[in-house]
Ligand binder design. Structure first.
Ligand SMILES: [Fe+2]
Length: 308
């Protein structure tokens, strides 16, 4: 028996210098929520206490990811399963409760609930736009301030896994995830899948977790939603001006349809800015897609191509 998680909550990393991480992620558009001698908690403009955590440690490393549950009672349901720890206190701003498990690839997976909302931070207002369909901005000029993007929230995490089917089974059993699109090499061989949360008739992101079965366990990327397209472009300009490493973008994906822009953090861990993704409820049937569709773009550079 499992539960149905409601979203991804945060990712944890280890790094040897918190100043280096803070500097990059402030330029990326996160904001410091709390910093102790050994831990850096960073947040988006939504009211969660943190979406990205860095623990001070000798080697840069991805430590794991966390999902959100709708109640502490559900954490106790998970804790009854042998794979999960007892329910404990979640450290960091906003507090809350947590259970922990290790997935079939050795990744730490946390599930949290009961976090205190810290209040939303200022995000850019929605600007009216003029295009071929509508003239909504009249009599006034559009002026966008320069600076970092405004990261709203963590949207999804992508893991490279040893055995796709075994890993998919583990996440679906415990967390109730649904398949949005499965990537198939041919009719007999699945490479991975985009999985979303099951929140009934509520619309959720096309993917909260993407599992890529390539025979090794590793972090691929974490993706953060920004305010809108202008905000994504503003952030691209800002990161470029600070000499940061653009990895892939800017383009629009097929699977999930979001506009994407990928960067590398100071230790080579990939992080994505995205906006305007698809939203599905639990009635959308699973799709099947090729690796070409996975790596292609509706517009923008093909995968591995130079940043646009
Ligand atoms: Fe992504």
């Amino acid at each position: 028996m499992g539960i149905k998680v409601t979203d991804v909550a945060f990712v944890r990393f280890q790094a040897p210098d918190l100043d280096v991480m803070q500097s990059f992620f402030e330029e990326f558009g996160l904001q410091v929520s709390e910093r102790t001698d050994d831990t850096l908690y960073m947040r988006g403009t939504d009211d969660d206490g943190f979406v990205h955590v860095t623990h001070l440690g000798p080697e840069p490393a991805f430590l794991g990811l966390a999902f959100e549950a709708s109640s502490v009672d559900e954490l106790h349901e998970l804790a009854a399963h042998a794979d999960f720890s007892d329910v404990g206190a979640l450290e960091g701003p906003g507090g809350g409760s947590v259970v922990r498990a290790t997935d079939p690839n050795g990744f730490q997976v946390e599930v949290v609930a009961g976090r205190a909302p810290l209040g939303a931070l200022t995000a850019p207002a929605a600007e009216p736009h003029n295009d071929a369909h509508a003239r909504t901005r009249t009599g006034t000029a559009l002026r966008l301030g320069a600076g970092p993007s405004h990261v709203k929230r963590l949207g999804h995490c992508v893991l490279e896994v040893l055995d796709f089917r075994a890993t998919e089974g583990w996440y679906k059993e415990h967390f109730g995830l649904l398949t949005s699109d499965e990537i198939q090499l041919d009719e007999t061989m699945a490479l991975g899948a985009f999985l979303r949360c099951d929140r009934g008739d509520a619309f959720v992101d096309h993917h909260t977790l993407f599992l890529l079965g390539i025979g090794r366990a590793g972090f691929n990327h974490a993706a953060f939603e920004v305010a809108d397209f202008d905000d994504l472009m503003r952030g691209h300009t800002h990161l470029t001006a600070h000499g940061r490493h653009a990895q892939w973008g800017i383009g629009r994906h097929f699977l999930g349809s979001q506009i994407y822009d990928y960067w590398l953090d100071p230790h080579g861990h990939m992080v994505e800015h995205w906006t305007d993704g698809d939203l599905f409820d639990n009635t959308t049937p699973p799709g099947i897609a090729s690796i070409g569709t996975l790596l292609g773009s509706q517009w923008g550079p093909t995968h591995g191509g130079p940043p646009a």
